[in-house]
Design a protein around this ligand. Structure first.
Ligand code: ADP
Ligand code: MG
Length: 612
């Protein structure tokens, strides 16, 4: 017997293929919403139960389907949007692979009701495991309603893989926002567990942004609009003072489709250079339009990644368009105009783009310097990461070799356990370089790094909050309102109890805003909002779910934020207090990042140096 190869049963093949398109409830939401938009609907309603795990229903008033189409739409490669291969390059509607409904029907129980205006009655279809269970005429409204029930009911492994409801609903909200932003002239609503989460009326893009992101955005938007024959960009970016520590509210659309493109995101953020603090991110909702033939949208199954024929040109164009917009609203007197005008007047951006012009722009020094500059910037920032280890190990020149022997000799230097630290009130202590705390111990001189030591002490204190030692809250006399995007607000809502343990008391204030009612007693920062935003960013960067280590990470973030910085003058009692608190520390003499906190110069070493 040598027939080892078997053909997979079609329902299994369907399930496997479906996995590519439908990874989680949010993927189905995206596909169904896009289909409704493609059907020309002016009103679209999304209903969700159990974070989409038990129900996702999309109801639209679009053109509906004839009975025959209603049956065929669930077939793989069934699409009304492509008939010839040429269409692939021209297609401007969003979905065009004819896979979404087939995939959904393979991994869920689906109920479809649909009716065209010209038909007397509609069609009702039930389908499960890719098999039609029922098809009959029905009286229903014009348009289409698709209900997808019990996602992955037949693929338990996948179902178990789904994240908690709060995480899945966050993904759903994010997809909903992306589609809703792209089509402000369609009214959308989202009903979650019977409650209206969003009710978005038709309006302008600006009105849509305000509806989604909160009123605070209304006066904070700068309009962007630049057009050439090759491409067009329009939309809104946030004024520099609204930049946040979180990367969240960044929306880039190409031909009305949401895309992820780190390179172009870099162009947007880069156009703010000098105007916003490093590590902060502006809001943007930008729409790029260009000939679909110059884009390959199909590089990724979920169609969010995108390749441009000439990515560098798009990069330069976007950067220039945003800088132009920011300058026009004269919100940045410090803007560097030396570079901009020539870019804005470069041939490539104002004339139809011939190949020749294209070449010229790319080889031009200005264009190069633009691109190079942004790359240099990236290299610069990574080499800026202070690598403490290299300080100890670098040994290529004679100056350093002294240092190296110094650190290698057990007698000369020893990192000491902090638990044996002792600083009697009568013993002198002084600050060196506004960075180190220097004092005498019975067997030598100890040098402590003030910032690292303080961070370690604070980390242990904040981290103890999880073992019942909550940080006391100090009530704010004038609670500050902090506005979040809907997706961020969901994370905050989820971690409210954790924040309270750490001394941050936030209360929901409606419309995705929270009131900062209290802050950790005895720990002042100049900007509590940015502390919260950093915590948020940590959580978002780490994983899409709240992973196990996130509480410790929160404690580290707070420690970094609250610790004294080098350059801060410390008085005598503050230095003694820090030494005392470090002596109680659990960590020995090691910082939570693994760096040493202190070094000691032993008296034996001094004797040997002086030949005694
Ligand atoms: P695609 O959108 O790539 O064509 P889908 O599987 O998402 O593939 O949909 C298959 C077809 O079903 C669509 O091309 C369209 O003709 C029809 N269809 C899907 N959803 C709707 C809807 N809400 N209203 C009308 N027709 C729809
Ligand atoms: Mg589709």
């Amino acid at each position: 017997m040598s027939n080892l190869i078997q053909i997979l049963p079609s329902h299994i093949a369907n399930q496997i293929a479906a996995g590519e398109v439908i990874q989680r409830p949010a993927s189905a939401v995206k596909e169904l919403l896009e289909n409704a938009v493609d059907a020309g609907a002016s009103e679209i309603k999304l209903v969700v139960l159990d974070a989409g795990k038990s129900l996702i229903q999309v109801i639209d008033n679009g053109r509906g389907m004839h009975a025959e189409d209603a049956k065929n739409c669930f077939e793989r490669h069934a699409t009304s949007k492509i008939s010839e291969i040429d269409d692939l390059f021209k297609i401007r509607t969003m979905g065009f692979r004819g896979e979404a409904l087939a995939s959904i029907a393979a991994v869920a129980q689906v109920e479809l009701k649909t009716k065209r205006q010209e038909d007397e009655h509609g069609t009702w279809i039930e389908i499960e495991n890719s098999k039609i269970l029922k098809q009959e005429p029905v009286v229903c409204a014009n348009g289409t309603s698709i209900a997808m029930k019990n996602l992955f009911f037949n693929v338990p492994a996948r179902r178990n893989f789904l994240k908690s409801n709060s995480v899945e609903i966050r993904h759903i909200t994010e997809e909903f926002i992306r589609v809703a932003l792209a089509f402000p002239d369609v009214s959308f609503s989202l009903i979650n567990e019977g409650e209206i989460s969003f009710q978005l009326d038709r309006g302008t893009l600006k009105q849509r942004i305000v509806q989604l992101m909160g009123n605070a955005h209304g006066t904070k938007l700068v309009s962007v609009e630049e057009k050439t024959e090759y491409l067009e960009v329009k939309g809104f970016v946030g004024k520099p003072d609204t930049a946040k520590k979180t990367r969240g509210d960044q929306y880039l659309f190409v031909n009305e489709r949401f895309v992820k493109n780190p390179y172009l995101t870099h162009a947007v953020v880069g156009s703010y250079e000098e105007m916003i603090a490093p590590g902060s991110f502006p809001f943007f909702a930008l729409f790029i339009e260009l000939d679909p033939a110059r884009v390959d949208v199909n590089v990724h199954p979920t169609k969010q990644e995108i390749k441009f024929e000439d990515e560098k040109l798009v990069y330069t164009f976007i950067k220039s368009a945003i800088r132009h917009a920011l300058a026009q609203f004269s919100i940045s007197p410090a803007l560097d105009f030396n570079l901009d005008p020539s870019i804005q007047h470069s041939d490539a951006l104002n004339k139809p783009l011939t190949n020749e012009a294209d070449q010229r722009v790319q080889s031009g020094g200005l264009y190069k310097s633009f691109i190079d500059r942004s790359q240099a910037h990236r290299i610069e920032s990574s080499s800026n990461l202070k690598d403490w280890k290299s300080f100890f190990t670098s040994s290529n020149n004679s100056e350093n070799s002294y240092q190296e022997t110094f650190f290698q000799d057990q007698h000369l230097h020893q990192i000491k356990r902090s638990s044996s630290l002792e600083l009697p009130p009568s013993a002198p202590v002084f600050q060196m370089n506004q960075t180190y705390i220097v004092f005498e111990q019975s067997n030598g001189i100890t040098i402590l790094h003030q910032q690292l030591a303080h961070q370690q002490v604070l980390f242990e204190k904040f981290n103890a909050a999880w073992q019942g030692k909550a940080i006391p809250v100090q009530q704010n006399l004038f609670p500050q309102a902090i506005q979040f995007s809907p997706a961020d607000a969901q994370i905050i809502q989820h971690i409210l109890p954790d924040l309270l343990q750490l001394g941050y008391q936030l209360e929901p204030f409606g419309n995705h805003a929270f009131l900062l009612q209290g802050i950790p007693a005895d720990y002042a920062t100049d900007n509590d909002q940015s502390v919260i935003e950093m915590i948020l960013e940590d959580i978002k960067e780490n994983t899409s779910s709240l992973h196990r280590g996130y509480k410790e990470k929160m404690a580290k973030t707070l420690a970094r934020k609250h610790a004294v910085k080098p350059g801060t003058v410390l008085d005598d009692s503050t230095m003694r207090d820090l030494v005392f608190r470090l002596s109680l520390s659990l960590s020995g003499a090691t910082h939570f990042d693994g760096k040493p906190l202190l070094v000691e110069v032993k008296k034996e070493y001094l004797s040997s140096v002086f030949g005694l």
